[in-house]
Design a protein around this ligand. Structure first.
Ligand code: NAD
Ligand code: IPM
Ligand code: MN
Length: 346
C-alpha cells in the first residue's frame, strides 16, 4: 500500500533539513508519495493565514506529516505557532510527543568524560501550560494584565503517563516523572497522584518523581541515570532542548507527535526551530530531521526501513561526515547525500 506523506517544510532552515530527510527516505525506494503543503510564513504573507481553513482535513488524508520548522522574524512567534504547529497538535489530538535523546558514537559531548546519553522523553503535547487558555485585559494601561492558564485533565495526564510506562517496559524499566508539585499545588499534584496510580499497574517499571529543577541538573550531572522521562508540555519543551545539547546539539534531536492507539495522522519533526541565524547558508545539521523521518517510517509500518535510516545516521556520525555544529565541515546537503548513499547501500 502506498504511504502518503504530507510535507510541511515551513520556514528558515526547515526546508533545508526536510530536503535531506526526503533524500534518505527516497533512497529506500519504498512505495511512498510526498505531497508538499506550502504552509508557513509565506502563506501568511500571501493569504493572511499560516495554513488554509481545511488544513486538518487535508492532513488527515495522509499517513504522516514530515515537518521542518515554522517561525520567521517577520511575524510574531505566537501568531506563527498558534497559526500552524499548535493547532495541528491540538486539532489532531496528538497528545504524545516522543523525543529520543541518544549520544551517537563520533558526536562530541558537551560534558566532561562524555558520559553515555540514552533518554526517551515523553512530552504531553496538547494541554498543560500550552493549552492556549488565557487572555489580556486593560491593554496599554498601567494595570494591564496577561493570564496564561495551565490545564491538566485526569485523562490527558493519565494517557501520557501510561504511554511512558509502556515504553519503559521495553527499555531499562524506569520512568522519571517531572513536575513542580511544591510551588504549584493543583495541576502537578494531580499529575503526581495519577503517576502513582499508573505505577501501581506496572510492577515491572520503577517510578521516580523528581522536581523539574532538580531534574534539569541531574540531566547534566548524571544523564545515564535517566531512561524514560515523562513531562508536561512546558517542562518537556524546555528539558528536551537540554537533552538535544547532551546529544550533540539542537540539530541532532528528533521528535514524533502521536496519538497512540488511534488512526490519527502523526507529525514528525526535528526538535529545533527555523534557526534564522543560520538559515540559507547550507550549514544546518539535517540529522535531527533525518532521524525524525526514521521515526516516521517506524510508525507507518516500515520499521526495517526506519532502522536502515537510523543506521545510516549512526554511520555518518562515526565517520565524521557531519556539519560544523558537531565538529565536521560538511554542508547540509553533503551530509544528506552521505546518509542517502548509506541507506541505499545498506
Ligand atoms: P532554534 O532551534 O531555531 O535555534 C536555536 C539555536 O540552535 C540557534 O543557534 C540555531 O542556529 C541552532 N540550530 C537550530 N537548528 C539547527 C540545526 N539544524 N543545525 C545546527 N544548528 C541549529 O530556536 P529559536 O532560535 O528559539 O527559534 C527560532 C524560530 O523557530 C522562532 O520563530 C521559534 O518560534 C521557531 N521554533 C519553531 C519550532 C518548530 O516549528 N517546531 C521549534 C522551535 C522554535
Ligand atoms: C518545540 C517548539 C514548539 C513547542 C514551539 C515552537 C511552539 O519549541 O516543538 O519544541 O514549544 O512545542
Ligand atoms: Mn521547543
Amino acid at each position: 500500500m502506498t504511504h502518503r506523506i504530507a510535507v510541511i517544510a515551513g520556514d528558515g532552515a526547515g526546508p533545508e533539513v526536510v530536503a535531506e530527510a526526503r533524500k534518505a527516505v527516497d533512497a529506500l525506494a519504498l512505495d511512498l508519495t510526498w505531497n508538499e503543503l506550502p504552509w508557513g510564513t509565506e502563506h501568511y504573507h500571501e493569504h493572511g493565514t499560516l495554513m488554509p481553513d481545511d488544513a486538518l482535513h487535508v492532513v488527515r488524508a495522509h499517513d504522516a506529516v514530515l515537518l521542518g520548522a515554522v517561525g520567521h522574524p517577520s511575524v510574531p512567534d505566537h501568531v506563527t505557532l498558534w497559526g500552524l504547529l499548535l493547532p495541528l497538535r491540538q486539532g489532531l489530538d496528538l497528545w504524545a510527543n516522543l523525543r529520543p535523546a541518544r549520544l551517537l558514537e563520533g558526536v562530541p559531548s558537551p560534558l566532561a568524560g562524555s558520559p553515555a546519553v540514552d533518554m526517551l522523553f515523553v512530552r504531553e503535547n496538547t494541554e498543560g501550560e500550552y493549552s492556549g487558555i488565557g487572555g489580556r485585559a486593560h491593554r496599554g494601561l498601567e494595570l494591564e494584565v496577561g493570564i496564561e492558564t495551565a490545564v491538566f485533565t485526569r485523562p490527558g495526564v493519565h494517557r501520557v503517563i501510561r504511554y511512558a510506562f509502556e515504553l519503559a517496559q521495553s527499555r531499562r524499566g524506569v520512568v522519571t516523572s517531572a513536575t513542580k508539585s511544591n510551588a504549584s499545588r493543583y495541576g502537578y499534584v494531580l499529575w503526581d497522584e495519577v503517576a502513582e496510580e499508573v505505577a501501581a499497574e506496572f510492577p515491572d517499571v520503577r517510578l521516580e518523581r523528581v522536581l523539574v529543577d532538580a531534574l534539569a541538573a541531574r540531566m547534566v550531572s548524571n544523564p545515564l541515570s535517566l531512561d524514560v522521562v515523562v513531562a508536561s508540555n512546558l517542562f518537556g519543551d524546555v528539558l528536551t532542548d537540554i537533552a538535544a545539547v547532551l546529544q550533540g546539539g539542537m540539530g541532532m534531536a528528533a521528535s514524533a507527535s502521536l496519538a497512540p492507539g488511534s488512526g490519527t495522522t502523526p507529525v514528525f519533526e526535528p526538535v529545533h526551530g527555523s534557526a534564522p541565524d543560520i538559515a540559507g547558508q547550507g550549514i544546518a545539521n539535517p540529522l535531527g530531521a533525518i532521524w525524525s523521518a526514521a521515526l516516521m517510517l517506524e510508525h507507518i509500518g516500515e520499521p526495517d526501513a526506519g532502522a536502515r535510516v537510523l543506521a545510516a545516521v549512526e554511520s555518518v556520525c562515526r565517520d565524521g561526515m557531519v556539519t560544523r555544529d558537531i565538529g565536521g565541515s560538511a554542508s547540509t546537503s553533503e551530509v544528506g547525500d552521505a546518509v542517502a548513499e548509506r541507506v541505499a547501500g545498506g
